[in-house]
Design a protein around this ligand. Structure first.
Ligand SMILES: Nc1ncnc2c1ncn2[C@@H]1O[C@H](COP(=O)(O)OP(=O)(O)OP(=O)(O)O)[C@@H](O)[C@H]1O
Length: 585
């Protein structure tokens, strides 16, 4: 139960609802218990009438009165039961909502290494499946526990008053029922977890096959993938059947145990009636109703125990993530004014998960309004430099400053708000092109979006689509070419007119002619801003105020295009190679 203590803050938040719910539950049960007592009353009236102790009119009137009481009590009981669910189950929905938001917001604060170490499916499961299990504890488990407790106390009290001996015998099978239901629920849970695993395996397999359908078709391996799917589906079917077998035991067990309780009531009650220990046959009818009223609540004890255990396990998994402290912390609450002087002072950085030292003792300065180009072989640390500027990771050694202030002392949100970042693999959401671009600036007007698209040289492509800027991208929409994606991603970064622009090899998929045009536009837009362009092409780097060349995390060359083409090294080699490859006029 330790993990579930996390929910206490929510129970406190909704304590008014909960208290009202508990009171309603108790009152509803009180009304429910009227029925058996009036059933006994009816039997007594009938017995008295047949004994000739009352007239037909009195008999009729008393019978109608008892029936009306039963109907009235049942009606009030039903209305209160409705409100009981409305209060307690609603509280569990509020808690589910709050918990999902808490987890989601926490996920957002966690650093990229967290996402590297944990699979997306696992993150999703904890916010959906696990939260649902926890909700079962926060709502149904609490509601049924109060229900059962109230009912047991009241029913046993009434039963004991009517016949202590009969009470003992009839209650005897109920704990057995509870234990059996507990064992069954546990086994059902275990088997349904396996079924769930197979369902997600099946959906992952299907999703991957259809996302990669072009590869499957190109290699002609449809038969093999169909066979793999069939094998998986077969295993999944077997697990489903094994679950269904276990579930099939549930109601027969209940019926068996209720049946034995009923038999005991009739047998022992009947004997007591014959011996004169029970005055009215109505007592047996009353007991039969009590036993049936108790059966479900007692069965729920077993069910609730297994729900609580599952919720505990789920909340433990949720807490595991909630207890992870974000590696990147905002150290300054007040907004910081960000300008564009960026300095790296002997910066070194090692990725925790791979232990790869991506940056080694790197130092450089870019002044506000300047453009820096970073070149280097693949894996030399170019993207890492951009990630460090956006504080997606914190440096291990040395320091990065912006306007002479240490990066980690700046307000994190101000910093990121002033950065326009175009990642290497442009990620676009399954939304309209317009929304994908204005994502960078929530209050962007239509004109802002169009202007950004023009500057990124993608406007002409967009207006050719039937729905123009409202064209939906992604799975259910249009697929953009690699170059178009990159340019939409550039539009998204420049629309917010940030102080710092970071372009991570984002022109790799466009032809050199388009690259030239985009770079020309960018040099206009980025006037007064600091731009860092990571590239594999000299054409993207040549106009920069400063160029650095990285090799294995170290700066191996530094200078301008003119200076670097005149010294032997990586830059000159690349320049000559790309010069010979470029189309001759
Ligand atoms: N998130 C990460 N976790 C662990 N190691 C990483 C991570 N990202 C990059 N690396 C490693 O750090 C080194 C530098 O990678 P980086 O992506 O900065 O290189 P790059 O110069 O941008 O490469 P490319 O030109 O291929 O994009 C590589 O060896 C890479 O394997």
């Amino acid at each position: 139960m330790k993990a579930l203590l996390h929910l206490n803050k929510y129970f406190y938040k909704y304590h008014n609802h909960l208290i009202i719910g508990i009171i309603i539950t108790i009152i509803a049960r009180l009304f429910l218990l009227y029925t058996p007592r009036y059933i006994k009353e009816i039997f007594t009236i009938i017995e008295t009438y047949f004994a000739g102790d009352i007239t037909k009119t009195v008999f009729k009137n008393e019978l109608i009165e008892a029936i009306l009481y039963i109907i009235g009590a049942a009606l009030i009981g039903a209305i209160l039961t409705f409100f009981m669910r409305q209060t307690i189950i609603n509280v569990s929905r509020y808690i589910e909502y709050d918990l999902k938001n808490e987890i989601y917001n926490h996920y957002q604060k966690l650093s990229l290494s967290f996402y590297k170490q944990n699979r997306t499916g696992d993150l999703m499961n904890r916010i959906t499946e696990d939260v649902s299990r926890v909700r079962m504890y926060a709502g149904p488990a609490i509601m049924y526990s109060i229900n059962t407790l109230t009912l047991i106390v009241m029913v046993v009290f009434y039963m004991y008053n009517a016949s202590p001996k009969l009470t003992l015998y009839t209650l005897f099978p109920l704990p057995v029922l509870s234990i059996i239901i507990y064992k069954l629920s546990k086994e059902i849970h275990n088997r349904s977890t396996v079924v769930q695993e197979y369902l997600s395996k099946l959906s992952t397999f299907t999703q991957e096959s259809f996302s990669g359908i072009s590869v499957i078709k190109a290699y002609g391996i449809e038969t093999q993938t169909s066979k793999n799917f069939k094998d998986l589906a077969l295993e999944s079917k077997d697990k489903q059947i094994s679950l269904a077998k276990m579930q099939a035991w549930f109601f027969p067990m209940m019926i068996l145990l209720i049946g034995s309780s009923n038999l005991l009531v009739i047998y022992i009650g009947g004997m007591q009636y014959i011996n004169g220990e029970i005055k009215s046959i109505g007592t047996i009818a009353e007991f039969l109703m009590y036993v049936n009223l108790l059966t479900w609540p007692v069965a729920t004890v077993g069910w609730v125990t297994s729900i609580v255990q599952q919720a505990e396990a789920s909340q433990k998994r949720i807490n595991e993530f909630l207890n992870i402290e974000p590696e990147i912390k905002n150290q300054s609450e007040t907004e910081t004014k960000i300008d564009g002087d960026i300095t790296f002072n002997n910066v070194s950085f090692t990725y925790n998960d791979t232990n790869i030292q991506a940056i080694k003792n790197v130092s450089f300065t870019v002044k506000q309004g300047e453009t820096l180009s970073i070149l280097g072989k693949t894996g030399s640390g170019k993207s890492t430099i951009l990630d460090l500027i956006g504080r997606l990771y914190d440096v291990n050694e040395g320091e990065i400053t912006i306007n002479n202030k240490k990066l980690n002392e700046l307000n994190l949100y101000s910093l990121r708000d002033n950065i326009g970042y175009v990642p290497q693999d442009a990620f676009l959401f399954s939304d309209s092109i317009k929304n994908n671009i204005s994502f960078g600036k929530i209050d962007a007007t239509e004109n802002d979006v169009i202007q950004a698209a023009k500057n990124a040289h993608v406007h002409k492509n967009i207006i050719k689509f039937k729905n123009g800027y409202n064209t939906v991208l992604g799975e259910r929409g249009i697929t953009l070419s690699g170059g178009q994606k990159q340019r939409v991603s550039i539009a998204r970064a420049i629309i917010k007119s940030p102080k710092i622009l970071l372009f991570d090899d984002c022109l790799s998929a466009v032809d050199t002619e388009t690259e030239e045009k985009i770079l020309k536009n960018l040099s206009q837009i980025s006037k007064g801003k600091t731009s860092i362009i990571v590239s594999h092409r000299v054409s993207s780097a040549k106009n920069a105020d400063k160029i650095i060349v990285l090799d294995n995390g170290k700066i191996v060359q530094e200078g301008t295009h003119e200076s670097l083409i005149n010294v032997n090294g990586y830059y000159k080699d690349l320049y000559l190679k790309q010069l010979s490859e470029s189309p001759k006029p």
